[in-house]
Design a protein around this ligand. Sequence first.
Ligand code: SF4
Ligand code: SF4
Length: 399
Amino acid sequence: MRGMKREAEDSRSRAKTKNKNKTKNKTKNKTETKTEAEIETAGISIDPRALEVCVRCGTCRSVCPAFEVLGWESRNTRGRIMVAKALGEGLTPDASVLESLNTCTTCGICAASCPAGANPPEIVQEARKGLVSQGIMTEAQAGFRTKVAGSGNTFGEAGERLAWLSDAGAIKEKAEAVYFVGCLDSYRYPEVAAKTFRILKLFGVSLLREERCCGSPLIRTGSSAGKVMEENLRQIREMGAKTVVTGCAGCLSTLKRYYPPEFEVVSVPEFLAGRLSELGPRRLDLTVTYHDPCHLGRHAGVYDPPRNVIKAICRLVEMNRSREDARCCGGGGGVRAGYPDLSLQIAKLRLQDVPDGVDAIVSCCPLCIRNLSDAGAGAGAGIEVIDLIDLVARAIDPA
Ligand code: SF4
Ligand code: SF4
């Protein structure tokens, strides 16, 4: 329960801070200097050390994908840290502040390249949380809350989450490992969910009967995800699963970081890379490139397993920027929902990193696949973007 406990503690701390703010605002004067152990930022405490680690050098300006498109200081990493700090010093959270904070994809490339060791996406997420706790949010943020609360999924879909499953009898009462599908594969890429489960089932992996959104879109955009997390956790416990396998990078980092450490969380590429000899894929005459999802690569450190699976099947040519240096697809952090044009422009920049002569872009995250596909289709590039599981299924299915 560590993740949820932390949320409960956060919520208590938010309430306390809010009350403190009420008292403080009565006595506040313009010459007040912040000497408290914590700077109170819009109803939530951000450790001042996290803010002060940033020495304003601007290195992150050269890597922030949102800044690359938008070009404003307040829309880059350094500017966002300044905005978070200013909120604690009385800045009014207007539309421009919301746009500054919410155009961050939480890609983490700024953190990876920061010489001072700052963690800007963490600060952005905390600042969003502070504003949301006061009811200050964009329509897209509010939309995630309404949809997940009403339907248990990020799209507000009323349909069956397991509609893609042809044999409900395949779900066991007890299993050592479960496949966590995620909202995107459940509702937008059901064929990927079906292929993934068909392969995972060979190794005794089962499914949750009533899986809910993992909570990622809510947490990234500043809301609490306690209810859906509890529902997922209850089922994982009832099943007795010690391993949760997922093919979604966003689910992976959420399950790893915000759920209690009662089970191991493994990505599909890690799971498959360890079972190549049992799978016995045949060689395909294809050349592909690989897009590192931010939440699988920089956030979870999974770089080699997907490459090992690809190289067991076909030729791999790296993108111009890869691994820790990979550009974001533009879809994460609520940006695809809140700022679709920005999201697609970032994806189009990512497509410029695709080397010539490849047959497909392979990735391991449905959000990246969706965003890059939409950007590719828009640009008329006509390059196929496929899930790693598509490649594996082609290589193990009869020719
Ligand atoms: S976040 Fe890091 S790279 Fe960016 S301005 Fe601050 S210290 Fe420099
Ligand atoms: S996490 Fe990515 S989008 Fe957000 S500030 Fe850092 S580089 Fe920019």
